[in-house]
Design a protein around this ligand. Structure first.
Ligand code: FUL
Length: 596
């Protein structure tokens, strides 16, 4: 009897061991290119501040030409602690500053340039903005990042092979003197022809320098390797947004992939290069008093939040300090409103109840759909490897009114889902009705739809590249904002490329400059290079600007203001297009007018 007992317990022990092995399948095999630990940590930051500050802050231009007198840089009350305090209060996780923009002006006293804060009037040439900002970031628990433009319109080495080493030296300075740098931002812009000089960049060298001093840093450029440009400066990430990208054969800048590829990534892309959305709270990147009344509305910022963080991208929001060296009260007020609006929208997660899955990996509790509600990033629902279509049915404890659905894929195992739809059960009829559909999810996807009241919701994954792996599902009822973007309401005229555009001012007018409002679309054919004339009789023309370039109009097609050296008098003005932002036989023009 005793023997028999032993045998039975051994049998039970072995049996339960076998049973648990059978029910404990291994985690899903990672799919495709994967994020590094730094990329995962970076993705979880979601939202941080961009700071454009330099001579342009004082000169009303977006691209300084490097010939400006460094003395124009003279902020009277720089307060980097105010920037950091504002970023912190706004819910941001970091600040990235334009250490050197295209004018070559260095915000630290670089040993490799004579166009720096040292040559400015600020603090009698004794200041170091990178020091002040990196200290402020440490104090406020924010990460610190640096933007450096390889394109440099001031440095005498630019356009010669020596420049690559000069730029590497410059990089070394900013990456070794100010503590940890979480992101190194390389601008791809290069208005070649503007300064006339061309430069072959040694990207391998630049990357080596970054990783030598800051091995954990995320390198931003059009093609990464850490994260990629989203393809526009309007804050609009792709509705389809893969964090993978094909990079072989491409370079940042002129040889980068087309903007629509940057916008959506590549489904089977070879590298993990997630998207970052960079956009300014004002029309331009630098402060100008002319934009004090053009700070983006709360509605616009909320829209941007949904088209960036809500579409699997990080949001880098530019807040340019003013001429005192402080964040302007309008901008900081808007940031606080934005924070409050997000808090309101995501105040109460209504996803409470039960969730059923059409299929669970190995029928194991480890991969149960309950993990979607547990708030733990590292637990997830998954199906068996061969199961690539599946449904999740959420049964809420009680009917709820909601208009947002937030989903997250567990990206340490790769991005998988390519198409899904959402249905809800009609309370009266019991019928399932379509609610919304989408393609990718990635790290985070927030779907917005007209509010419905129901207690049952179904997510049907109709196409996944490997078994789906989802770690979070949240439901919200957010206040709706309707976006009324003034720029989009204006009428766009399309004119033949060969035809100049003339405006009759009605009478002889005293003018300081002119403005051109392009079509506010990156894909539009706007005027990039032009001649500009004035006349009193519409016959005899005097040319005031020859072969001039509108700054950054390709990526940021906003109103362009051009001031003349001296005031002039004229009744007629004329713009003659010489080059367009995109190849076309016609060009777009919303308005041409004068600045009096
Ligand atoms: C662009 C630049 O040309 C703009 O001036 C700005 O710095 C923006 C963030 O990147 O490429």
């Amino acid at each position: 009897m005793k023997n028999c007992y032993i045998n039975l317990s051994m049998f039970l022990l072995v049996g339960s061991f076998l049973f648990s092995c059978k029910n404990e399948p291994s985690p899903p095999t990672p799919y495709g290119a994967l994020p590094t630990e730094s990329q995962l940590a970076w993705q979880k930051m979601e939202y941080y501040m961009f700071i454009h500050f330099g001579p342009n802050t004082f000169t009303n231009v977006e691209w300084g030409d490097g010939k400006e007198d460094p003395k124009v840089f003279n902020p009277t009350e720089v307060d980097c602690r105010q920037w950091a305090a504002t970023a912190k209060a706004a819910g941001m996780k970091a600040i990235i500053i334009t250490a050197k923009h295209h004018d070559g002006f260095c915000l630290w006293p670089s040993n490799y340039s004579t166009h720096t804060v040292r040559e400015s009037l600020w603090k009698d040439g004794k200041g170091d903005l990178l020091k002040e900002l990196s200290d402020a970031c440490k104090e406020y628990g924010l990460k610190f990042g640096v933007y450096l433009s390889p394109w440099d319109q001031n440095h005498p080495d630019y356009g010669t092979p020596a420049y690559n080493q000069t730029f590497a030296n410059t990089l070394t300075e900013v990456l070794s003197n100010y503590g940890e740098v979480f992101e190194q931002w390389f601008d791809g812009a290069n208005g070649e022809g503007h300064g006339g000089k061309k430069q072959e960049y040694n990207w391998d060298l630049f990357h080596q320098v970054v990783y030598k001093h800051q091995p954990q840093a995320i390198i931003f450029s059009d093609i990464g390797p850490g994260c990629r440009w989203m393809g526009n400066e309007k804050g609009i990430g792709g509705e389809t947004n893969w964090s993978r990208l094909n990079v072989t054969g491409f370079e940042p800048g002129k040889n980068s992939p087309p903007v629509d590829t940057l916008n959506s990534g590549n489904i089977y892309g070879e590298k993990w290069v997630p998207a970052e959305v960079d956009v300014s709270i004002r029309p331009g990147w630098f402060y100008s008093p002319t934009t004090d009344d053009k700070v983006k509305t709360l509605e616009h910022l909320m829209e941007i939040y949904y088209t960036s963080v809500g579409r699997n991208a990080n949001l880098l929001l530019n807040v340019p300090p003013d001429r005192r060296g402080r964040i302007h009260p309008t901008d900081s007020t808007r940031l606080m409103e934005f924070k409050e609006a997000r808090e309101k929208a995501f105040k109460e997660n209504l996803a409470k109840g039960k969730v059923f899955a059409s299929s669970v990996r190995g029928n194991s509790k480890t991969y149960s759909p309950d993990n979607l509600f547990d708030g733990n990033y590292d637990t997830y629902w998954a199906t068996d490897d061969k199961v690539t279509t599946a449904s999740l049915e959420v049964e809420l404890t009680e009917p709820q009114l909601f208009n947002r659905l937030l989903l997250q894929e567990y990206i340490p195992l790769g991005q998988r889902i390519a198409e899904f739809n959402v249905e809800y059960q009609d309370q009266q009829t019991g019928n399932w009705l379509p609610l919304t559909k989408a393609t990718t999810i990635g790290y985070k996807r927030i779907l917005c739809f007209p509010a419905v009241r129901t207690n049952k919701l179904r997510i049907n994954i109709t196409h996944s590249l490997a078994c789906p792996v989802i770690n979070n599902l949240e439901i919200y009822q957010a206040p709706d904002y309707s976006l009324d973007n003034e720029e989009n309401r204006k009428t766009v005229q399309t004119l033949p490329f060969k035809e100049a555009f003339v405006v009759n001012l009605g009478e002889e007018t005293n003018i300081k400059g002119f403005f051109y409002v392009p079509e506010n679309k990156v894909e539009a054919a706007n005027i990039a290079r032009y001649n500009f004339y004035i006349s009193n009789d519409n016959k005899n023309w005097r040319r005031l600007k020859a072969n001039d370039l509108f700054n950054n109009i390709r990526n940021n097609p906003i109103r362009q203001d051009v001031l003349f050296d001296d005031n002039v008098k004229a009744q007629f003005i004329k713009i003659e297009p010489l080059e367009l932002t995109n190849e076309s036989e016609n060009y777009s023009l919303v308005e041409l007018g004068v600045i009096k």
